[in-house]
Design a protein around this ligand. Structure first.
Ligand code: 4AD
Ligand code: MG
Length: 468
């Protein structure tokens, strides 16, 4: 086969230099035709669009073309010609075809017919070859680039916080332990507790639930930082919005108060969504056509409208009013309890009909590090609530007063020995500061319109599921 430099399909489809001999490589999506001519739809992952390869059967022979079935991988040399078919600008008249690998039609799990999302999760190793997952993972890449670009352009430093940690940032006790100890032969203390002194780190450690505490160390020295990495939570909640391993973006900014934090959250999300609309047009249009006709409208709405800001207390009043007027929630609404996803979505989708930022939550349902309000009951927390998703961001202004912070940590059972280094930031040159965490997959749910968080991460980790 003649050696011609490969063109990726995304670039090939833009070319107009008809008559040139080109090379493309990729996987067969479909092959159809009649006894004289065969049409191969080839995709190489660079775009949702396929290139059509036109094959003169007499030229190659029936036998030679037999292994070219859905899923087979090919290298094709041929002439670039203007396409007569609608919906495509160019096609290739095949001159030489090399089959790299066949895909037995009896066994290859991705035949033409539409598969359910549940089935595709079982073959997560092959699902990136479908149009849907190709689109989702190209969008995922673009969102990661949007996030880095936003922060870089705004003068933030990308700071790498550890994944293995001895402290529980959220204090929710949902950590995965990390150990090299022999679990079949655990040494116990006299009081029956496990002795970690001979474990790898000489103490009990876990996978991080958040990079925030270390992020605060960086913000109170570099000024503005963000983290973007995997986080782990052993919460046994089998919902369409929870993963045991997810990616989180956590900006942390010195001298920021809660209002600055809210403005940042809105500007940042709008930037990312605008990026998706501008740079992932084909993929988002595809998802819109196939799954969710209102997707693009919803994305545009979020880009063009301010998020509604109100306090938790005001939110609870609205929800109670709704109950009084006959609205049925599964869970009760009471000042002091955490809002359920149904409550959050009511505020966003039915009451305000726009994203909502709720602030000043009861201190009992929030973490120890949040700035305490003068009322003694609430803290300067903020949750950003989104249509279809509920909570997409959780953040706060941080308590900068050493005494108040240390007292609250003690009250909430966070041991001094785990966070002495964190408390030091308040002992030496403390400053007001704020930050938040955006769940990357929650953003992906919003941008793609997918229903289940398992479908916006390549290999989801959830209770009882760690395949691939
Ligand atoms: O609200 P969370 O727990 O806040 C924190 O971890 C803070 N330390 C963040 C900060 O202030 N720097 O989590 C932040 C976000 C949530 O709003 C949600 O989008 C996402 O992380 N999240 C999850 N996403 C997927 N699966 C889970 N199990 C998640 N738990 C939280
Ligand atoms: Mg939260």
């Amino acid at each position: 086969m003649e050696n011609i430099k490969r063109t990726e399909i995304v670039d090939l489809l833009k070319r107009t230099d008809y008559g040139q001999t080109v090379n493309v490589k990729g996987w067969v999506r479909t092959r159809r035709g009649n006894k004289n001519v065969s049409f191969i739809a080839l995709n190489d992952g660079s775009t949702i669009n396929n290139v059509q390869i036109v094959v003169d059967i007499e030229k190659f022979g029936e036998e030679y073309l037999k292994p070219i079935t859905t899923g087979a991988s090919l290298s094709v040399n041929g002439k670039l010609v203007e396409s007569m078919g609608k919906g495509q600008s160019v096609e290739i008249q095949a001159e030489e075809i090399l089959v790299y690998g066949t895909a037995d039609p009896e066994k290859y799990p991705l035949q033409k017919k539409g598969h359910t999302m549940e089935y595709l999760r079982e073959i997560a190793h092959l699902r990136p070859r479908t149009n849907t997952f190709g689109a989702i993972f190209r969008i995922r890449h673009n969102m990661a680039i949007a996030i880095h670009t936003y922060f870089h352009e705004h003068g933030y430093f990308y700071f790498h916080t550890p994944l293995i940690t001895g402290s529980d940032c959220e204090g929710a006790g949902q950590m995965f332990q990390v150990t090299t100890k022999n679990l079949y032969n655990l040494k116990k203390n006299d009081d029956g507790k496990i002795d970690y002194s001979d474990d790898f780190f000489g103490k009990s450690v876990s996978l991080t639930v958040s990079g925030q505490l270390e992020g605060e160390l960086a913000a109170t020295s570099l000024g503005k930082i963000y983290t973007f990495g995997p986080t782990f939570r052993a919460e046994n909640s089998n919902t369409p919005r929870h993963l045991a391993e997810f990616w989180m973006i956590e900006p942390e900014i010195a001298f920021y108060e809660i209002e600055d934090n809210m403005a940042l959250a809105q500007d940042f999300i709008q930037y990312c969504v605008r990026w998706a609309l501008e740079k992932c047009t084909d993929d988002i249009q595809f998802l819109c056509n196939m799954f969710d006709k209102e997707l693009i409208e919803r994305l545009n709405f979020v880009v063009n409208n301010d998020f509604k800001r109100l306090t938790y207390t005001e939110g609870v009043e609205i929800l109670k009013e709704a109950v009084k007027n006959g609205h049925k929630f599964e869970f009760p609404v009471d000042w002091g309890t955490d809002l359920q996803s149904e409550h959050e979505r009511y505020l966003v989708e039915e009451h305000f009909k726009r994203p909502v930022i709720l602030t000043d939550y009861p201190k009992e349902i929030k973490s120890f590090y949040m700035k305490q309000n003068d009322d003694g009951k609430t803290v300067r927390a903020m949750d950003v609530l989104f249509p279809k998703i509920g909570e997409i961001i959780g953040g706060s202004q941080r308590e900068e007063d050493y005494e108040k912070l240390a007292r609250r940590a003690k009250e909430m059972g966070v041991p001094d020995k785990d966070i002495w280094w964190y408390l030091d930031t308040r002992r030496f040159g403390t400053v007001p500061h704020s930050g938040f965490g955006l769940g990357f997959e929650r953003l992906m749910l919003f941008v793609t319109g997918m229903q289940n968080i398992r479908d916006v991460i390549p290999f989801p980790r959830t209770p009882n599921n760690c395949e691939f």
